[in-house]
Design a protein around this ligand. Structure first.
Ligand SMILES: Nc1ncnc2c1ncn2[C@@H]1O[C@H](COP(=O)(O)OP(=O)(O)OP(=O)(O)O)[C@@H](O)[C@H]1O
Ligand SMILES: [Mg+2]
Length: 403
């Protein structure tokens, strides 16, 4: 075989391997080319399944009819070439391997009971076998076998890469699922603690405050010496209750569950942002209906974290808080005129959860999060969250809203 011809075969195979989107597509296309270019009768590839270590048929071209019937049942199970690969006897392309399958389906054609076998090996790992069924009397030349070795290596590397990719994707999915469950559990736990604090400590303190108020008033009327101390105790208890309410609200504002996102944001700004002495520019879209609960929760938590960051880090004079809807997207924007920061700086976001948490929350429901911060100028956080086809959805249980 001429060098130019060999080069064209290599190029053709490299091209189909690069062009294919899936491993299956790549194997089918490459095998088809090999069968065509080398003028063999048929070709098939066995691949080792990573979980079971079993070799299974993964691609075939012009397989004899008797071998492809019944869902290719005859191609299942071990045979000579598979055993050779397992025993480490198939380390390079060989011209003749006796084949029990061919023997079984073509008992008369004794000259056709063998095929060439090429191990698919990448980084010392055998990932499969390429079998080529030659016309009677034909065998591969030494050159052709060497070329097949190179092609087989190329195929093996493609297979290994596709598998690694699958593995990473699978692990990423597991991580994402875990994170989603974690956030779900966190949200449920926050709601439970908020409810408990409100129902128990909150009720008890309210009862104490009422009694202290009455006792203080009576003592004042009697001009009792303890009147001032009682009034002071009442005020301390009242302050404690206000703090408790703020904590309950921070944990899980009931207005978010009861009235929805816009009232919850308004209430959050009134309770937390304005008292911090910062000027607030509030633009909240009017919504005729509630959004799905998971979207409301994610939007609220992102806004809460971004505003908290402004209060904690920005030393800002003004903060702009926006909720908008554009092209079936909910846009949450928080912009401050504070000190800003460099989001790319080493160490930023390391060891903290805020920025990562905002991004993860947005991504978990198919959205995105953008942070634009410039040192000395300010910080803008924008979340874009896709809305369902019909945002007029009744509020109901959802992924981020565990009971
Ligand atoms: N609005 C902002 N203005 C100035 N710096 C900010 C702002 N938002 C974030 N940063 C910087 O980015 C860092 C990371 O923010 P992130 O929210 O991830 O962590 P954190 O607020 O420090 O801690 P936490 O995990 O409690 O949120 C902050 O420590 C701060 O330096
Ligand atoms: Mg933070």
């Amino acid at each position: 075989m001429q060098i130019a011809q060999q080069m064209s075969i290599f190029r053709g195979i490299a091209e189909v391997l690069n062009r294919s989107f899936t491993l299956r597509e790549a194997l089918d296309a490459a095998l088809y080319r090999i069968v065509e270019l080398l003028g063999v009768r048929s070709g098939w590839i066995f691949l080792t399944e990573p979980e079971t270590e079993q070799l299974r048929i993964a691609a075939d071209v012009r397989l004899p009819q008797a071998l492809s019937v019944a869902g290719k049942r005859r191609m299942a199970g071990d045979c000579r070439c598979i055993q050779m690969l397992r025993n480490g006897e198939l380390t390079e392309p060989v011209n003749f391997v006796p084949c029990a399958r061919l023997e079984q389906v073509l008992p008369q054609a004794t000259e056709s009971h063998r095929h060439a076998s090429v191990p698919l090996i990448a980084q010392d790992e055998a990932v499969g076998i390429l079998n080529l069924w030659l016309p009677p009397g034909r065998e591969f030349t030494h050159e052709e076998l060497s070329m097949l070795e190179v092609i087989a290596h190329e195929l093996a590397v493609t297979i290994q890469r596709a598998r690694l990719f699958d593995k990473v994707r699978h692990q990423e999915k597991i991580l994402r699922d875990l994170l989603q469950r974690l956030m779900l559990a966190q949200e449920a736990e926050r709601r439970r603690i908020a409810q408990d604090l409100h129902d128990h400590a909150g009720q008890m303190m309210t009862a104490i405050i009422i009694q202290l108020a009455q006792m203080a008033t009576r003592a004042e009327e009697r001009q009792d010496a303890n009147a001032a101390a009682l009034r002071r105790l009442h005020d301390i208890a009242q302050q404690g209750l206000d703090d408790l309410r703020a904590l309950v609200h921070e944990l899980r504002p009931s207005v978010l569950d009861d009235l929805g996102l816009v009232p919850a944001v308004r209430s959050y700004v009134d309770r937390v942002v304005k008292p911090a002495g910062i000027e607030v520019d509030l633009h909240l879209l009017e919504m005729a209906h509630r959004l799905p609960a998971e979207i409301e929760t994610v939007a609220f938590r992102i806004l809460q974290e971004a505003v908290t960051n402004t209060l904690r880090h920005a030393r800002a004079r003004r903060v702009e808080v926006r909720l908008d809807r554009r092209d079936r997207m909910l846009i949450v924007m928080i912009r401050d005129d504070g000190v800003g920061f460099d989001p790319e700086a080493p160490g930023i976001g390391r060891g903290s959860l805020g920025l990562h948490g905002m991004r993860e929350r947005a991504q978990l429901i198919g959205g995105t999060l953008q942070i634009m911060a410039v040192p000395g100028v300010g910080t803008t956080v924008v979340a874009r969250i896709p809305l369902p086809e019909d945002p007029h959805q009744p509020k109901g249980p959802s992924r981020l809203e565990a009971p």
